[in-house]
Design a protein around this ligand. Structure first.
Ligand SMILES: Nc1ncnc2c1ncn2[C@@H]1O[C@H](COP(=O)(O)OP(=O)(O)OP(=O)(O)O)[C@@H](O)[C@H]1O
Ligand SMILES: [Mg+2]
Length: 342
């Protein structure tokens, strides 16, 4: 009986591991780490930008991010939500972690919800980077060294769960054996999976930007999302956007549509403006030619609405988590399966 119990525990903990700031080896599915993140008293809090610059790492991110040191020495990353009434930014991080445990990939650090200094947010185990992926050509070098199965599995997760905010800044590289070989990639910052999107395998997703009854279009008569009806504003400016959509879009939305000199590619469908997101790293987009490991396909076949409800258990009260959201994940599962089973 005891042997059976220990054997089960072994199976249960046989997942991927990561190294913490102090070099402690942590299994990603070890429940005691989740418990420590939830309950260990807070020793002190530092601003992530300061923390990174002290270690001579590039800091390129927009959010409110803190490094928390827990009593006992564990470090974790706290991302407080703007308001306690809207926690939709934090729960996707938990769901992404749960999804990674269910699939067995990619590696996502243990993540919990915690209230710190009166703010609620996600608290994720800090993973010590071995190299700064944002400086010089470290990311290119890493992509050459990474095991292809790990890379395909990462891209597969990104596609299925709709993580479009994919770039070197949202990955941590770790050489766990103190050598230059066999690095692992740890996927952080997964809040973006909450966003409504329309995507075809191998392409960039269209993200929901704005819904308004005035944004009617002939496309609305179509049953399916009209991927073929992409429109382009080559040099988006406030004037060209207003000329195209009238004064329907709020000014902040208009501002967000103008990013550098990137053309604006969009589709109008069901009174909604959908923008094709140009910033996901091309090398992290799942391609039809990518060979998906049979064990990953098996995992995909096991995904259904019930399983997804378990993965998103903690997010079940969030606005984004509804029937259409579940269906869109299952649609992407079908895209992969029907392509590979042809
Ligand atoms: N679990 C972690 N372990 C180690 N470093 C982390 C972790 N989470 C975040 N970081 C560091 O903090 C930075 C900012 O975190 P993150 O990308 O989650 O914030 P964000 O504000 O949501 O980003 P963005 O501007 O991309 O939306 C990361 O680029 C990374 O350097
Ligand atoms: Mg980020």
């Amino acid at each position: 009986m005891l042997i059976l119990f220990l054997a089960n525990r072994k199976v249960c903990w046989a997942g991927n591991y990561i190294l913490t700031e102090s070099g402690e080896k942590v299994q990603v599915d070890d429940p005691s780490i989740l418990e420590r993140l939830r309950t260990d008293p807070i020793e002190y809090i530092e601003d992530m930008k300061m923390f990174l610059s002290q270690r001579k790492y590039e800091a390129r991110f927009k959010g409110n991010v803190w490094v928390v040191t827990l009593k006992g020495g564990l470090k974790a990353v706290f991302k407080p939500c703007e308001s306690a009434d809207f926690l939709d930014d934090a729960y996707p991080e938990i769901a992404a972690y749960e999804a990674s445990l269910h699939l067995g990939f990619p590696i996502i650090p243990p993540t919990v919800i915690r209230k710190i200094k009166g703010k609620i947010g996600s608290l994720q185990l800090y993973v010590k980077p071995s190299v700064d992926l944002l400086s010089s050509n470290n990311f290119e070098t890493l992509l050459k060294k990474i095991n292809n199965i790990d890379l395909v599995n990462l891209k597969l997760f990104y596609f299925i769960f709709g993580q479009w905010d994919s770039n070197a800044g949202n990955l941590i590289a770790q050489y766990q054996k103190d050598e230059d070989e066999n690095p692992i990639l740890v996927a952080i910052d997964n809040w973006a999976i909450m966003k409504r999107q329309q995507v075809q395998l191998g392409e960039r997703p269209f993200l929901e930007v704005y819904h308004n009854e005035k944004l009617v279009s002939p496309n609305d008569r179509q049953d399916k999302f009209p991927f073929e009806s992409v429109q382009t504003i080559k040099h988006p400016t406030v004037e060209s956007i207003e000329k195209t959509f009238g004064k329907v879009l709020p000014s902040l939305t208009v501002e967000n549509l103008i990013q550098g000199d990137n053309p604006l590619q969009y589709v109008l469908y069901q009174c909604t403006l959908w923008r094709q997101w140009p910033f996901s790293d091309e090398r992290l987009i799942l391609q039809r030619k990518d060979k998906i490991p049979p064990s990953s396909l098996k995992k995909l076949r096991g995904l259904n609405a019930e399983v997804l409800k378990r993965i998103f258990q903690e997010a079940k009260h969030c606005d984004f988590f509804n029937h259409a959201y579940i269906e869109s994940i299952l649609d992407r599962v079908n895209q992969v399966l029907s392509y590979t089973e042809r």
